[in-house]
Ligand binder design. Structure first.
Ligand code: HEC
Ligand code: HEC
Length: 645
């Protein structure tokens, strides 16, 4: 038989013998060969089982009687008997099912089969005696460490940078055999830095000054300058927080008082750069103006017990501040994490005046969960205290320095916002592996060590070489395979896009959604930035979310709706029409000057000679509103304008 021939003959002979063994091969199925190296259970095998098998064969699931939680259960086998013969993968039934040679027994039964390489690894694992380090169980989901971790930053002399992120990145690039790329030029850097820190395009005079400056630290100084513009900073980042804290100006709950805005409190907190731990304490244990967050939304009509305000508070706190999904554990124990129904009720209990009865899939169980925080090692909450004091205890436990998840979750969100892809993705799932644990842990610890100063974290990132690398693209398909090589190209948000057009034309109209009175000082004149407006079809099409739910990441993709609204909608058309009129009256004297102005402001560059000729021909001798409107359309529709690259 094939098996024996293969075992008894050296490789060369096998090759020569193979063709003559064809009939035997048809009877005895050919499996992909066993991998020729020592396998590691944690690195090679565990991920395959977790990805492909545990949902039917672990954590209480035992299809066919086979369980894969721990080594002993694998050895016990299935309803039909033993499935592995330790040391002999060729004879092990497990090899047979995973290689899928027989469609009626293939595992997994549906979907993508294991690759030959994966089968080879599992075979090698069996051949090597089923190594399985003690303490590992597939019966629980992987959980990230809660504690903070000190990172020793290596001195990487090869790159000219004093930013620890870059030194850690050198190690990461070495591991992944990537040469440290050259950083982008000044124009591109400036455009990114302005849009990412204050949400506006660099104004022509400022850009010119920056380009002409030839000091070596000018990029860091620019970042510091931008981050010190309190109002512009607050008006940009408030959009990010409004999405995450689901703060909107109109929508479900506002008419009957079942919801409350936190806009004033939020704007002031950002403007004053309130330390992040205090910021979160005030959301969890509210002060005047911040109550809206834990108040949640009182939905009209009949709602499920998983949507009570107390349960919403637990879900939102878990997701926003810790990257934990309690939503899937608020009707039944979670199927995608270790969180149980009881855990969710234990946290929700903090926000409830009466003891909460646990409801399993909306049916009361008669049981009550003792009030506690998700990680008991961080501290306890005294259930006998009144609600307000329980909230205070929770706020302190959540923001405790020993809660490493708290700092990691926010620095990861900021990284994702600036570089287009988080250290961990999706950034609501903080139990996933980061692409670099050291950078994540260093940023988190640096935040804690510096009084939770978020602008410092932003400065760390914006002034790093990592941020200044040429952009890359990412299809977002399999985040586990992501390899960092530079920022991922982003689309401007609805607010950035609209603000950019308003700034270009100096025309800032809009229907205010907040009664916040800000004397906006872009040029001493009141300008209504887009974040302040009510949702309208244009901003919705450009990705402004419905903030009834938490929105931690806007879609980076253009949609058909967006294309339709851009080309046919009246809001943008009107903005450009009015804006063109304004431009003509401001720059009426010289068409050429206007072309230069629009290119330099809109795109951060001078127009090519060809572009000038083309546009001048189109415009004729004197400026008309119509022709300027056409140029504005042309610029607004360019990917070069719409993308942050
Ligand atoms: C979608 C659910 C599902 C997934 C995923 C799945 N299995 Fe199964 N598995 C089953 C079912 C159903 C049976 C019982 C089949 C039967 O009895 O005919 C089974 C049976 C088995 C058996 C016992 C076969 C026997 O005849 O005794 C083994 C071994 C097995 N699976 C291994 C795996 C491995 C390894 C993976 C991952 C590579 C996997 N399964 C993925 C559903 C699944
Ligand atoms: C509003 C209540 C509710 C929420 C929230 C909820 N589920 Fe469920 N889920 C149910 C009900 C009801 C069932 C059916 C339970 C049963 O038959 O025992 C169910 C069943 C399931 C099952 C099938 C279990 C099986 O044995 O086949 C999975 C998987 C599941 N839910 C996953 C999730 C995930 C993931 C989330 C979060 C995204 C979630 N659920 C959130 C109510 C909910």
């Amino acid at each position: 038989m094939m098996n024996r021939i293969r075992k008894s003959l050296p490789g060369l002979l096998v090759a020569m013998t193979l063709p003559f063994s064809a009939p035997a091969a048809a009877e005895e199925p050919q499996y992909p060969p066993s991998a020729k190296r020592a396998v590691s259970f944690e690195e090679d095998i565990e991920p395959i089982f977790r990805e492909n098998c545990t949902k039917c064969h672990a954590r209480g699931k035992a299809e066919g009687g086979f369980r894969i939680d721990v080594r002993d259960l694998v050895l016990i086998g299935s309803d039909s008997g033993i499935v592995v013969e330790t040391g002999n993968s060729e004879k092990s039934y497990l090899t047979h099912v995973i290689s899928g040679v027989d469609p009626s027994t293939k595992m997994p039964p549906q979907g993508e089969p294991l690759s030959d390489e994966q089968v080879g690894l599992i075979r090698a694992w069996i051949d090597q005696g089923l190594p399985w380090p003690t303490g590992i169980t597939l019966g629980r989901f992987k959980e990230a460490e809660v504690k903070p971790r000190e990172v020793i930053v290596p001195a990487a002399k090869a790159i000219h940078s004093d930013n620890p992120i870059d030194h850690l990145l050198v190690s990461y690039f070495q591991k992944n055999e990537i040469d440290f790329p050259d950083i982008v030029d000044d124009r591109r850097f400036a455009r990114r830095a302005y849009l990412d820190s204050i949400g506006l395009l660099p104004p022509p005079d400022e850009l010119k000054t920056f380009l002409e400056d030839d000091s070596s630290d000018k990029r860091t100084r620019l970042v510091e300058d931008l981050l010190s513009r309190d109002q512009a900073y607050a008006e940009h980042w408030i959009t990010f927080w409004n999405d995450i804290l689901r703060n909107d100006f109109t929508g479900t709950g506002y008419i009957d008082g079942g919801r409350k805005q936190i806009t004033h409190w939020l704007y002031e907190s950002l403007r004053k750069n309130k330390p992040y731990n205090q910021f979160v304490c005030e959301l969890v244990d509210p002060v005047t103006g911040s109550e809206g967050f834990i108040k949640g939304i009182i939905w009209r009509g009949v709602t499920n017990s998983s949507q009570t305000p107390a349960m919403q508070a637990a879900q939102n706190i878990g997701q926003v501040f810790m990257g934990i999904n309690l939503k899937c554990a608020s009707c039944h124990d979670s199927f995608i994490s270790n969180w149980t129904l009881e855990d969710s009720y234990a946290l929700a209990g903090v926000f409830s005046d009466e003891a909460l009865e646990i409801h399993r899939c909306d049916t009361g169980t008669g049981e009550h969960a003792p009030i506690k925080f998700l990680y008991e090692e961080l501290g306890t909450i005294d259930a006998t205290l009144p609600k307000a004091e329980r909230e205070e205890e929770l706020a302190h436990i959540l923001t405790d320095e020993q809660n490493g998840r708290f700092a990691r979750t926010i620095v990861n969100r900021l990284w994702a916002r600036l570089l287009g892809h988080g250290l961990i993705e999706p950034n609501d799932e903080m139990d996933r592996e980061p692409w670099d644990q050291d950078i994540l842990d260093w940023l988190a610890q640096d935040l804690v060590d510096h009084d939770y100063d978020l602008r410092r974290t932003l400065k760390n990132i914006l002034s790093s070489k990592a941020y200044q690398l040429p952009s890359t693209s990412w299809d977002g398909q399999n985040d586990e395979e992501f390899i960092f090589q530079g920022p991922v190209v982003k689309r401007m948000t609805a607010e950035q896009f609209r603000d950019a057009l308003c700034a270009l034309t100096d025309y800032w109209p809009g229907d205010l959604g907040t009664d916040l009175k800000i004397a906006n000082v872009i040029d001493g004149e009141t300008k209504t930035r887009s974040w302040m407006l009510k949702r309208d079809p244009f901003t919705v099409a450009m990705g402004r979310p419905n903030r009834d739910q938490i929105n931690s990441q806007r879609s980076p993709y253009a949609t058909t709706l967006q294309a339709l609204e851009l080309t046919n909608g009246s809001t943008l058309a009107d903005l450009l029409k009015q804006g063109a009129g304004r431009l003509v009256s401001d720059h009426g004297e010289s068409p050429e000057e206007l072309i230069h102005y629009l290119f330099f402001y809109g795109l951060g560059r001078e127009p090519e000679q060809e572009e000038v000729t083309l546009i001048s021909e189109m415009m004729g001798e004197s400026l008309s509103s119509e022709s300027v409107e056409d140029i504005l359309w042309g610029i607004a529709m360019l990917p070069e304008f719409q993308l942050i690259y």
